[in-house]
Write a protein that binds this ligand. Structure first.
Ligand SMILES: NC(=O)c1ccc[n+]([C@@H]2O[C@H](COP(=O)([O-])OP(=O)(O)OC[C@H]3O[C@@H](n4cnc5c(N)ncnc54)[C@H](OP(=O)(O)O)[C@@H]3O)[C@@H](O)[C@H]2O)c1
Length: 244
């Protein structure tokens, strides 16, 4: 294995924090839509001991066909990735996704259909099936909630994709990280409070999971496993009244 990581949505705050911690000795292909931010990240990873850090500019809100061309190009240019970290994501609340149909479709492309194509390409790329895939998902997929059900739908479908992929390819090492709210750009509209986890702690936890090649589903922070068990048991009428 050449230890080459493909990171999609590489400019995500969580991905950047994880990559900063795991740079040394690894090669990266950093994919995202923000070319200057990707170039800056590439330089930083190289300065932290990365073996290589190539940049591929792609907007995951576009149609998925373009990604297939992009993937073929990156394999030709940089080799076959052994590992995938899938981090792109957009959060629309329910008011936004109900008001703007094209924004809703774009979110579904970023969060779900692009992920389906990337996972498919990553699995097909490794005939030996010895690939690793780490997907950043969300507790929002554990139960439909009034505030963000469309975002949650994209994440529960993502969970099914990665879970099914790991059943279909038992030699693969697939990890779904079900994140509770983390203090990043994505959650800057949320009030600070104990439910919002600190980014460095979350990144360290994800790095530990990656380095021990953890498989299956892991809640980060871990308390969200128990919180969501309670949320799953709430009666529908109560859930509809709560501002969750
Ligand atoms: N933060 C949380 O509380 C939380 C909780 C649960 C799950 N998650 C999930 O964790 C992952 C990372 O989240 P984060 O907090 O790090 O979010 P973030 O900092 O907002 O990053 C989101 C990433 O998605 C990329 N992205 C969005 N739309 C895109 C598009 N059309 N094409 C290409 N890239 C696009 C962004 O690119 P740009 O840099 O170009 O904008 C960025 O790289 C996401 O999948 C998110 O759903 C986050």
């Amino acid at each position: 294995m050449n230890d080459l990581w493909l990171v999609t949505g590489a400019t995500s705050d969580i991905a950047v924090a994880v990559l900063n911690q795991m740079a040394r000795g690894r090669g990266f292909v950093l994919a995202g839509r923000d070319a200057p931010a990707l170039a800056t990240l590439s330089e930083r990873l190289l300065s932290r001991g990365a073996v290589s850090a190539a940049v591929v500019v792609h907007d995951f809100g576009e149609t998925e066909d373009r990604w297939m061309a992009c993937y073929a190009h990156l394999v030709e240019a940089f080799g076959r990735p052994d590992h995938l970290l899938l981090a792109q994501g957009q959060l629309l609340d329910s008011a936004q996704s109900e008001a703007d149909g094209s924004a809703l479709m774009r979110m579904l492309r970023v969060n779900l259909t692009s992920a389906a194509q990337i996972l498919r390409a990553h699995a097909a790329n490794r005939q030996d099936q010895a690939f690793q895939a780490v997907v950043l998902s969300s507790v929002a997929g554990d139960r439909a909630r009034p505030s963000n059900y469309a975002y949650g739908a994209s994440k529960v479908a993502l969970n099914y994709l990665i879970d099914g992929l790991s059943l279909q390819h038992p030699a693969a090492r697939c990890l779904t990280v079900r994140l509770g709210p983390v203090r990043t750009r994505m959650t800057r509209h949320l009030p600070a409070g104990p439910m919002l986890a600190d980014l460095p702690a979350v990144a360290s936890r994800i790095c530990r999971l990656i380095s021990r090649q953890q498989q299956g589903t892991v809640y980060v922070p871990g308390r969200w496993r128990w919180i969501m068990q309670v949320v799953r048991l709430l009666p529908r009428a109560l859930l509809a009244r709560l501002a969750l």
